[in-house]
Design a protein around this ligand. Structure first.
Ligand SMILES: Cc1cc2nc3c(=O)[nH]c(=O)nc-3n(C[C@H](O)[C@H](O)[C@H](O)COP(=O)(O)OP(=O)(O)OC[C@H]3O[C@@H](n4cnc5c(N)ncnc54)[C@H](O)[C@@H]3O)c2cc1C
Length: 420
């Protein structure tokens, strides 16, 4: 069986302290990608398309491909003790009555795309237009749409010009087969509140308040199509292994920065085995062109701070030499807090039947094994509803049908809540 070639720190870096006879160029790559997660897997695949370019990916977790990690429903269980889950805990939060938040993340090639809800959600055009408005040319929705299209093969919207159809073996979104009957009742209730159902939640002309069936990221076999599977398949990584090095179970500890004043840049990366027993031995690799930091929303600023880039006072408290006082690094985290609300439904309408009804569990298991169908082939979410809460009136109905207020390409109209 073809597998992703996993390398160790000593295969891709030079041991530190660096012996004088060793040439650093032996351990130099055009690009070093920190974090082979959701985005890192895509970047590694795209950058290594050019046969003259060398790429090193350093990922904290292993490849860890198992049968359950491919089954949509089972792999979405973020409380699975055997899954590639990593939990961070927040400090007590003043605005949440001093409670702690549990922040889920993943530690494996493919990152959070290995455990997430499998929903293919682009975000509204207004989200990206807001980035552009903040002074980031090239990041508006129209700039980015070609890249969405390039990375997708949808089977649920065959005629849409906004969706991708051609790319083989990449992400594939399939429509939900209605196996849980409550979905239709929810749509009817929302329609009574003035929130319309749309055929494609990811179409850029979908209104800011709408409900629709979600697209799910699965492959031809109805297996989870995490970004490592879609973009760094065993076959692709074997073909490119002379120029694309994938170093797993390895922790980046800091960046090597060079230059003076405003002109400094990352020129290399320090790392060690992610096994505490081996972690004393440090390694270094040099980047000829760029270091791409995509270790996730929490670890990316952590690595910047460990490299001396962050709020000066905090770095000093931690004994880190300050390279640049950057108060924003590690601050202003925005996350989508999930608040589960439970209500009773007849058992025949619940996925909990899989736990209470052994016969049904056996049938569903068989359906998935034979045809890749049934409940196991679905993620937990069936549909999503997006709403800008400022447009809800007191009885939670939509207060306007004015097209200008519902134009989701305008940043101020962006929905700020999702009912899943
Ligand atoms: C439970 C859950 C469900 C979600 N469901 C959905 C969904 O259904 N649809 C959707 O669109 N979005 C969903 N999201 C959000 C989405 O999955 C994430 O925003 C996205 O995957 C983040 O990608 P990333 O590349 O930024 O980070 P990650 O995928 O987290 O990748 C970062 C990688 O960096 C590695 N890393 C971290 N530190 C280091 C280090 N020091 N050295 C080396 N490697 C390091 C990590 O191991 C990880 O693999 C969900 C998120 C969660 C947590």
């Amino acid at each position: 069986m073809t597998v992703v070639p996993e390398l160790k720190p000593q295969d891709v870096g030079v041991a530190v302290p660096i012996a004088p006879q060793i040439s650093l160029d032996t351990y130099a790559y055009d690009y070093i990608i920190i974090g082979g997660g959701t985005s890192g897997s895509v970047l590694a695949s795209r950058l290594s398309e050019d046969p003259s370019v060398s790429v090193l990916v350093i990922e904290r977790g292993p490849v860890a491909e198992t049968w359950t990690s491919r089954v949509p429903l089972l792999s979405s269980n973020i409380f699975d003790k055997d899954g590639p889950i990593r939990t961070w805990w927040s400090l007590p939060m003043r605005n949440a009555n001093n409670r702690f938040a549990q922040i889920m993340s993943s530690e494996a090639l493919g990152g959070v795309s290995r455990i997430n809800g499998l929903l293919y959600t682009r975000g509204t055009p207004g989200d990206y237009n807001q980035w552009k408005a903040l002074g980031n040319p090239g990041w508006g929705y129209e700039d980015l749409e070609p890249y969405f299209v390039k990375s997708e093969k949808t089977s649920s919207h065959p005629a849409s010009k906004f969706r991708g159809h051609d790319e083989p073996d990449l992400q594939r979104s399939l429509p939900y087969e209605s196996i849980v009957k409550i979905a239709d009742s929810i749509v009817r209730a929302l329609q009574k509140a003035g929130i319309e159902q749309v055929p494609d939640l990811n179409a850029p002309d979908a209104p800011a308040a709408c409900v629709g069936r979600t697209d799910h990221i699965v492959d031809n076999d109805h297996d989870r199509s995490s970004t490592n599977r879609a973009f760094l398949s065993p076959q692709l990584t074997q073909e490119r292994k002379s120029r694309l090095k994938i170093c797993t179970s390895t922790l980046v500890t800091r960046l090597e920065l060079a230059g003076l004043g405003d002109e400094f840049r990352a020129v290399g990366v320090h790392f060690e085995a992610n096994d505490p027993r081996l972690a004393r031995q440090q390694y270094f690799a040099k980047a000829r062109r760029e270091v791409v930091l995509c270790a996730g929303a929490l670890a990316s600023p952590q690595i910047l701070m460990l490299s001396g880039l962050g709020p000066e006072e905090h770095l000093r408290q931690k004994g880190i030499s300050v390279v640049r006082d950057l108060p924003a690094v590690g601050n202003h985290l925005q996350d989508h807090v999930g608040l589960p609300i439970m209500f009773e439904v007849p058992m025949r309408d619940s996925v909990h039947q899989l736990q209470t009804n052994p016969l049904m569990a056996a049938v569903e298991f068989g359906k998935y094994l034979v045809a890749g169908r049934g409940i196991l082939s679905h993620p937990l979410e069936l549909m999503s509803t997006f709403v800008p809460t400022r447009l809800l009136d007191e009885d939670l109905s939509l207060s306007t049908h004015d097209a200008r207020e519902l134009d989701a390409s305008i940043p101020k109209n962006r929905p700020d809540i999702e009912f899943m």
